[in-house]
Write a protein that binds this ligand. Structure first.
Ligand code: PGA
Length: 246
């Protein structure tokens, strides 16, 4: 599973160029879930281009609100389903820090999504927490939102150390592998139906380092910010995941 998180980036022109560059670089391969989460307002344009180029890409969103109705500025799960989105990211560290998102809100979002679309829950520790060797405690706290929930079998977690996002720094592949195993164990023991989730790594993944992460047993894919903004580098990463890189 390889997911692009475009954050608050993009334009009509960028999306046109992106689609062409992706098409020119991507080597077709079946059975890998490749997704893009653009800003909401570009979803429709992107879906049209993906259909026009016949690309095997699912479209999703970067966040979701907990319900429809009198919630100015919000977008609901039913709306994204209506425009054929397949997944939503929830609990990204930028939502937690810039928009003050709490564990309670993340939990309510997971409930509102249910199994209508796929959920990718982001977790990760800050630099200070990492230095203080608090990583596992922080992840346990962030994962407490799923305690007692019956999760869809497609439920995924993205491990995104905050200090690795957009910085060029990453944990070692072995460290990532160990943390992913820990995340799988925590989700399995705390979800009501003992789900073992796919765990994606996110934080400065690019086409030069992706292979080292993908070689790890417990790395089931990646959530990619900066390097996903170029169709060519994102396609390169997808090709590497599929073992098709030249
Ligand atoms: P990055 O972002 O790949 O630019 O580090 C990842 C993310 O925030 O999802």
């Amino acid at each position: 599973m390889i997911i692009a998180n475009w954050k608050c980036n993009g334009s009509k022109k960028m999306i046109q160029d992106w689609s062409k560059h992706y098409k020119d670089t991507y080597i077709p391969f079946k059975n890998t879930f490749v997704g893009i989460a653009p800003p909401y307002i570009y979803v429709e344009q992107l879906i049209n281009l993906i259909n026009a180029y016949d690309l095997d890409i699912e479209i999703g969103v970067q966040d979701i609100d907990i319900s429809s109705g009198a919630r100015t500025g919000a977008i609901s799960v039913d709306m994204i389903q209506d425009i054929e989105c397949q997944f939503t990211i929830v609990g990204h560290s930028e939502r937690r820090t810039i928009f003050d998102e709490s564990n309670e809100s993340v939990s309510a979002k997971i409930d509102s999504v249910g199994n209508k679309v796929e959920t990718i829950l982001c977790v990760g520790e800050s630099a200070k927490e990492n230095n203080d060797k608090e990583t596992r405690n922080i992840l346990e706290d962030q994962l407490s939102v799923i305690e007692g929930k019956v999760l869809p079998s497609s439920f995924s977690v993205a491990y995104e150390p905050v200090w690795a996002i957009g910085t060029g720094n990453t944990p070692t592949p072995e460290e990532i592998n160990d943390i992913h195993k820990f995340i799988k164990d925590v989700v399995q023991s705390s979800s009501e139906n003992s789900i073992v989730p796919n765990v994606l790594y996110g934080g400065s993944v690019n086409d030069a380092n992706a292979e080292s992460f993908f070689k790890q047993d417990n790395v089931n894919g990646a959530l990619i910010g900066g390097a996903s903004l170029q169709g060519k580098s994102f396609a390169n990463i997808v090709n590497i995941f599929n073992g098709k890189a030249i």
